[in-house]
Design a protein around this ligand. Structure first.
Ligand code: GCW
Length: 618
């Protein structure tokens, strides 16, 4: 099925994007406005982009007057404003007033695409731009991609997996011309490229070391950067996964992370480049018997003492929670503690642990919690692992596009309200009667809670199958090396992460420390993340802990059943209706399996029956 052209977007009035050869975002804005004006509904206003170089590069101002919307913008802002104006028309809402400018200047989409065409943790088909160890793409689709990203203000695309597999080492080397040609396609949409590089690259190119303090190594990277930026002058920078999950890094040479990151940062600084250095570092060969090592403590233990040592153009990219993109985590303590380091917040649109673009999981509410508890002023840049692939609808599940859309909107303005964003996406994507629009918005807003109830209630993460990260396996991660243990026994479950336990709470400032340390104030959703409690423990509402576990699993399944009914009553266009229905059937099976496996697991361990006598397998 190759009908992706008409299906990707929330901007229904657009057809083919700006033609090849359009050379800059302003000309793209003119071309896009022309397409829009040609296709618009008769009574819809015309769009008129006007370049105003007195405005900041990415900012715009919309002015609506009768039959025309004037879009004044800086060289990139004018394009963002064009899409925003079209979006308002589609949504039938007034255009936003006043100066509109992004909160963060780096709004990145990190693709975990491998050059063989596979996508690590990809749930939407194969890579859009790599296949058989080389670039392989339809330029028209890349322009569509550019439009899709620009329409929600994403301005950097990292094109390859942070696990840099052969031959991706060549992207800025032997394949530099092809990478430059790819950058040319996205530049008119204001999207700059970033490339994941391998810290040990000099070794692979014949040097005897990759030691960041070795002069030859520094010189090698300097030359490397000079060639790269000569070919791609607006290259955004490098993304690096170092000393993490067996990737090489400065630790091999007895050097610190700032020493490694700064060496690279200095080589790209003359060109305005950045080094995005991931903070996803922990012991991934842990012995499960060792209860004193606790994975969520690892990043803070490593990086907090190094605060202030990273160069200005290094961004330390921190996953939102201290574990790894789980359904529910507190915000990473690094966001509070690293006051003298530029931090990036890493989100994950790919639903690795959150339903794999089969089960519904709308992310805006999760991001709202993280940004609210951290305060956005502590964050310097945002990135999200992408959820795109060669699938006709781009995102596996047609509704998973919501998360890409919402990410762009959050990155532009982190103050946005989750429900409003979800509604905007629904309105811009489908033309539904208003009660159906409400129903779909409501269903999406509740999707995270349903998924959480059947997979990770009370902060009990990691009970999924290790091979796939989908489906229940309460013991799957229990005796493994990943630092992911619930330590459930016949009396109790959860991990004590307070000062009497692993001490994670001590990494937080007073307010969060007090909140999480006390089991009577700790939010229910994180109760077993921070505490180890007996099954008979009384929850605030009077239920026992075990009863709450049972109830949530039954409720989670029931909620999916309700969602199925809601979905069936919507008049969605095809093929979305059928695809969404097929995936909903799979979600229901998944929720059933989770409910029964987890309830049975805890019943067999605890021996405590469900108060309501519902079916659990003895
Ligand atoms: O969650 C883990 C994923 C890996 C990923 C890693 C990371 C790219 O399972 O697939 O590797 O996180 O973020 O580096």
């Amino acid at each position: 099925m190759n009908n992706w052209k008409t299906r990707y977007a929330w901007l229904r009035e657009f057809g083919e994007p700006a033609p090849a050869g359009t050379d800059c975002p302003f000309h793209t804005a003119e071309a896009e406005a022309e397409i829009y004006n040609r296709n618009r509904k008769e009574d819809a206003p015309r769009l008129k982009p006007v370049l105003d170089e007195t405005l900041p590069e990415e900012a715009y101002i919309l002015k609506s007057g009768g039959s025309e919307i004037q879009i004044k913008g800086g060289s990139k802002g004018v394009l963002y404003g064009t899409y925003a104006a079209a979006g308002s028309v589609t949504e039938k809402v007034p255009v936003p007033e006043g100066l509109n400018a992004p909160y963060w200047s780096l709004r990145m989409l990190d693709s975990w695409d491998n050059m063989d065409g596979s996508v690590e943790r990809g749930y939407a088909g194969r890579s859009i731009w790599f296949e058989a160890d080389r670039y392989s793409y339809d330029p028209a689709r890349i322009r569509q991609l550019g439009r899709m990203l620009a329409s929600v203000g994403i301005n950097v695309l990292c094109i390859n997996n942070v696990n840099v597999h052969v031959p991706a080492q060549d992207l800025l080397d032997g394949m530099l011309d092809e990478t430059a040609a790819f950058a040319d396609l996205l530049r008119p949409f204001g999207v700059r490229l970033m490339v994941s590089v391998d810290f040990s690259l000099p070794l692979q190119r014949g040097l005897v070391s990759a030691d960041p303090l070795d002069e030859n190594v520094c010189l090698w990277w300097k030359n490397f950067a000079e060639r790269a930026w000569k070919a791609i002058p607006d290259l955004a920078g490098y993304l690096i996964k170092a000393d993490s999950e067996h990737r090489p890094g400065p630790n091999t040479y007895g050097r610190t992370h700032p020493e490694g990151a700064n060496m690279l940062a200095r080589s790209v600084a003359p060109y305005g480049g950045v080094v995005v250095w991931r903070a996803f570092v922990y012991n991934c060969t842990q012995d499960w018997r060792d209860a004193s090592t606790d994975r969520p403590c690892a990043a803070y233990d490593l990086y907090h003492p190094l605060d202030g040592q990273f160069d200005e153009n290094v961004i330390l990219q921190v996953k939102y929670g201290p574990f790894d993109f789980q359904v529910r985590e507190p915000a990473s303590p690094l966001f509070y503690g690293m006051k003298n380091t530029h931090l990036g917040c890493e989100l994950q649109l790919a639903q690795e642990y959150t339903g794999q673009q089969i089960d519904l999981f709308a992310m805006p509410a999760l991001w709202r919690e993280i940004f609210d508890s951290v305060g956005t002023e502590r964050i310097h840049a945002v990135a999200a692992v992408g959820n795109l692939g060669r699938d006709a609808c781009w995102t596996g599940h047609p509704f998973a596009a919501l998360n890409l859309y919402a990410y762009g909107r959050f990155a532009w303005n982190p103050g946005v309200n989750p429900a409003e964003i979800v509604r905007s996406w629904v309105r811009q994507t489908y033309d539904l009667p208003s009660e159906q629009e409400d129903a779909l918005t409501d269903m999406l807003m509740k999707s995270r809670s349903a998924y959480e109830k059947y997979t990770a209630t009370l902060g009990l993460d990691w009970m999924m199958r290790p091979e796939t990260h989908y489906g229940p396996s309460p013991y799957g991660y229990e005796f493994d090396v990943w630092g992911t243990y619930t330590r459930a026994d016949r009396d109790a479950v959860g991990t004590d992460r307070t000062k009497t336990g692993t001490g994670l709470t001590e990494q937080y400032p007073e307010e969060q420390k007090a909140l999480y340390s006390d089991s009577s104030s700790c939010p229910d959703e994180l109760l077993l993340f921070f505490h180890r409690l007996p099954y008979t423990w009384r929850m605030r509402d009077g239920r026992t802990l075990i009863q709450r576990i049972y109830d949530d699993h039954f409720e989670g399944f029931d909620e999916v059943q309700k969602m199925q009914k809601t979905l069936a009553d919507l008049s969605l266009p095809e093929p979305d209706a059928q695809e969404a229905a097929e995936r909903m059937n799979l979600q229901l099976l998944n929720a059933r399996e989770w409910r029964d496996v987890i309830n049975t697991f805890f019943y067999r361990l605890s021996g405590i029956p469900d108060e309501h006598g519902r079916k659990i397998w003895p």
